[in-house]
Design a protein. Sequence first.
Lengths: 75, 246, 256
Amino acid sequence: MPFASVADFLAMGGHAPYVWSAWGVTLFFLLASVWHARLERRQLIKGLKRRERREQAHRAPHQDNAAGGGGHHDA
Amino acid sequence: MWAFIHKLGSPKWFYTISAKLQPWFWAAAAALIVTGTVWGLAFAPADYQQGNSFRIIYIHVPAAFLAQSAFVSMAAAGLVFMVWKIKVADMAATVIAPFGAAMTFVALFSGAVWGVPTWGTWWMWDARLTSMLILLFLYLGVIALRGAFSSRDSGARAASVLAMVGVINIPVIKYSVDWWYTLHQPATFSVTSSPAMPMSMWLPLLIMVLGFYSFFTALTLMRTRSEILRRESRKRWVRELVRETR
Amino acid sequence: MDNCMGQNKAQENRTQQGVTSTSCVGVQGARGGLSIALGATLKRDLLLMLRHRGEVLNPLVFFALVITLFPIGISPDPALLTRIAPGLLWVAALLAALLSLDSLFRGDFDDGSLEQLLLAPQPLAALSLAKVAVHWLLTGLPLALMAPLLGIMLSLPAGSYAILALSLALGSASLSLIGAIGAALTVGLARGGVLLSLLVLPLYIPVLIFGAGAVQAAIMGDGAGAHLAILGALLAASLALAPWGIAAALRISING
């Protein structure tokens, strides 16, 4: 074990700023990419669900109209 | 064989099979990266020449490996897309590009930070760093080209061609930069060319490399799945799937 | 048209077996037609470029101008200029060649003759190679011939002028071939110019390293043979591979 104490470990033999900043940036990128992927998926599903609901809401009155003989088409 | 490839090429099948694979890769990535981090930072011996700054190797080298492999896999996906018209391959290539660029940046950053205690400067035109910088530009070119087309299919095919051209050039660039470097700066030594690493030093490095590759695979699977949902959102199976998820 | 091309291919197979066919008279046999089509493309492009003399002269003026800027920006000290001259000349020539790339396919794209090129029964890779050859003949070669003149202004040591011109002539052919892939990829885009440089410049680096290295070696008296050989190898590789890339890229840009 190359380090005698926790303080010794954190100091990294005088190279603390370099070692910790390099590791920090790397771990930040890894965690950020996981976070981004999760957020992307959640928002995508939310958006698709919303679209599904909207289209169903559109379809329902349209069917009523068709039953009433209106023949009115919505985009 | 052909049936298998075409089955794998079907977005729905890929979506189902990747759902089963994904947790294993995430678990492997987490376990390996945590083990490698603890081992590399706290237990591996310090380098007799560089001291503890040597520990940056445990992220610099995996990130550099991943940056290059991601480009190669992006080009391979582009080839598959161009030859067999398999859409999933292009979805994978789309999501690999930004992550590959991020890993290239990580390799550059960690290399530059490592340079401070080793060379006494933030930037040295070291062969490895220079090739990494060029690789970053290649990634940015592929991402920008894909974004410049208004039609997704044209953008996909253009990016595939550029990725393939890039992957043919990467070894040429690498060797010419190495050659150029030895010509101009023969005195300075490269940070990662320690002559013989003892086992206690390279075993954590191996673990970190494997961990980074698992992470890359898991993330690519996950984001490809999202890309499938986005591009196939009009398909019946996607609609049913969306309705079922909470 | 498609049907005719199919027959044409079949006809080619048959002629290989020693059987002649007279079907599909409108399209000549691809083997005889290829040299004619190549000649026609070369002649047409040369003529077009020579009519637009500005497009031929602009890269040369740009080259001279950039070389003028460096002594003004850095220092007129001949000793310093001698040291950096090979790199400066090569980088400036490379940028000048890059500047002319955007117009390589642009005019043909705008007036629709690029589509005609795609529809021709001859392989697109060969025809695009002819276009690139014209581009090199009117951009790379003049730049290479002009470089020694600018070398004098940067007090390049005597004895390296021939190597400078030769390395630029060899290297700029590779530059034209590699750059044409980028030009073909961006020709359909409204603002392709800046993107083109982003795509192409990283791929130029090996040529730059060995081109500038050749001149440097000639100055040192080491003999530039090895560098020129590698430049030749790069040219051979890009001659073999780039036409396919150009053809694929043109198809993407035209067919959308």
